[in-house]
Design a protein around this ligand. Structure first.
Ligand code: HEM
Length: 163
């Protein structure tokens, strides 16, 4: 069995069919993104392409400019996600007819978009859904402390972990 067939197996496994669990995962990754912000320095003068999904026009940037994205903020902006942007709402991932919605990565930006997108997205999603389903099949979980404060580091860490 070669690498390609293993990757195919991973992507075509029944986990991808767990529509509601996938929606839970995506909604969690949208609001509680591991990567709340990122920034880069322009190596040369450039033009950032328009992002129609966010009504953003093309932007000129100059060599040395710092360009950052703020995923923690984007996911809470009503202009991007509607009035309930800050609410954990897995049903935003479904159309009225029950089909799953696949949002543009420029809108659901938790994995970055374009050529520098996260290379581990499929693996992280697979692991997250496999672990979530394995736990929920065996345990009923109640959080003792629902405040869940974050530490503002390069990644979004929970102050005392989950449990
Ligand atoms: C929930 C889990 C994860 C999230 C939310 C996430 C998110 C991201 C984001 C936002 C970036 C872009 C960073 C930037 O350039 O500003 C990124 C890049 C990257 N991620 Fe992930 N990631 C996750 C898990 C993983 C895993 C498990 C792997 C590897 C197995 C991985 C591999 C990478 C690599 C290699 C890049 C750099 C891509 C490039 O610059 O060309 N990620 N990830």
């Amino acid at each position: 069995m070669g690498v390609r067939s293993e990757v195919w197996y991973l992507l075509s496994s029944p986990l991808a069919k767990l529509q509601f669990t996938n929606a839970l995962w995506d909604e969690n990754a949208r609001l509680n993104t591991v990567s709340p912000a990122g920034q880069m320095e322009a190596a040369d003068d450039d033009i950032l392409p328009a992002v129609p999904e966010l009504n953003m026009p093309p932007r000129h940037i100059k060599k040395g400019d710092i360009v950052s994205y703020q995923d923690y903020v984007i996911s809470r902006m009503s202009q991007v996600w509607g009035e309930d942007a800050a609410v954990f709402n897995p049903s935003r991932w479904f159309r009225e007819n029950g089909e799953s919605i696949s949002y543009s990565p420029f809108k659901y930006h938790s994995w970055n978009a374009g050529p520098r997108s996260c290379l581990g997205r499929a693996l992280a999603t697979y692991e997250g859904i496999a672990i979530t389903t394995a736990i929920l099949q065996r345990f009923d979980i109640t959080l003792e402390d629902t405040s869940r404060p974050y530490e503002p580091l390069a990644t979004l860490n929970m102050v005392c972990g989950l449990f």
